[in-house]
Ligand binder design. Structure first.
Ligand SMILES: C[S@@+](CC[C@H](N)C(=O)[O-])C[C@H]1O[C@@H](n2cnc3c(N)ncnc32)[C@H](O)[C@@H]1O
Length: 288
């Protein structure tokens, strides 16, 4: 295990279970965002995201879920993702230990190529859980979205002492549409499961305050760290693949060099083939 620290932010190169057990204190985290391997055969550097059986995957997952619950403050919130196949098991396990406030669907579209013999998967589930249902952070005013009423013009509320347009903003529901990170987006990194910054922005703004501790035990490209830093939270990220640690040091710490190696972002080639590069990857992984 190796620890990198800069200001209020910490990056651990190591195994999530090991780092959680040895480095993260009981009841110390305000927000934990967990986006683990999904057991669907993706390749993360030298790691293949596939367990021999579903039970093996669940037994491993229950260990880090227990560690995260231990690390969560009594007022803390946790968001957990996994595949649509595994989520029912996570939900049952977690519901016995935390209060699940929302079962969120993050949905997106693909640019045309779809499964032909079944309904292709175009969403990922997210559980939003808290330790204390009567005492948790939810900054609803920081995440308001426009309420689409179908009306083209702003209706005036004449019941007010001074007539004003109706409030056009609302707290988002539990179905979130955000495009996936595509090759042509500025935030794109070379990683098969990078989450978009807008997704993390909503979660971090809703469920933490400036100065709070935000933990991501499977940091990948460090989207959580990058957004947490911009929002002045204290970030702790864990990742076991060295390639992605370099991405994290570049994205969160602003490192341009590590041990003599220049840390450069993805070098993009805009010659497109038949499909968008992301779609080809999805076909490969059986997601389309
Ligand atoms: C689904 S990805 C996370 C993606 C991340 N949320 C992002 O936006 O880039 C899961 C990550 O967990 C890492 N990983 C797999 N096993 C791990 C372990 N035992 N400890 C720490 N990280 C691990 C993988 O290398 C991969 O980068």
């Amino acid at each position: 295990m190796k620890k990198f620290k800069q200001g209020y932010n910490t990056i651990y190169h190591g195994d999530a279970l090991d780092v959680l057990a040895k480095e993260i204190e009981d009841s110390s985290m305000d927000l934990i965002f967990v986006d683990p391997p999904y057991n669907i055969g993706k390749k993360f550097g030298s790691f293949l995201d596939k367990w021999n059986t579903l039970d093996d995957y669940l037994l491993w997952s229950y260990k880090w879920i227990d560690q995260c619950i231990r690390a969560l403050k009594p007022t803390g919130s946790m968001y957990i993702m996994t595949s649509t196949q595994a989520m029912p098991y996570f939900d049952i396990y977690i519901s016995k230990r935390l209060k699940v406030l929302s079962r969120i669907v993050w949905h997106y579209d693909s640019s045309g190529v779809q499964a032909k013999n079944y309904f292709g998967s175009l969403y990922e589930p997210i559980l939003h859980c808290v330790k204390s249902p009567n005492n948790y952070v939810f900054n609803s005013q920081d995440i308001l979205v426009e309420a689409k009423t179908g009306s083209k013009r702003n209706l005036i509320d004449y019941r007010k002492p001074e007539p004003k347009p109706y409030n056009n903003f609302k707290v988002p529901g539990n179905v979130w549409y955000f495009p996936r990170v595509r090759y042509r987006m500025d935030e794109y990194e070379e990683h098969p499961s990078q989450k978009p910054e807008v997704l993390l922005e909503r979660i971090i703004k809703a469920s933490s305050n400036a100065g709070d501790y935000v933990l991501d035990p499977f940091a990948g490209t460090f989207t959580t760290g990058s957004v947490a830093k911009k929002l002045n939270r204290q970030f702790i990220g864990i990742e076991e693949q060295y390639e992605y640690i370099k991405t994290g040091l570049r994205r969160v710490f602003g490192f341009v060099e590590l041990e003599g190696e220049f840390l450069k972002g993805p070098q993009k080639n805009y010659n497109k083939t038949k499909y968008d590069q992301d779609d080809v990857q999805d076909i490969f992984y059986g997601l389309l």
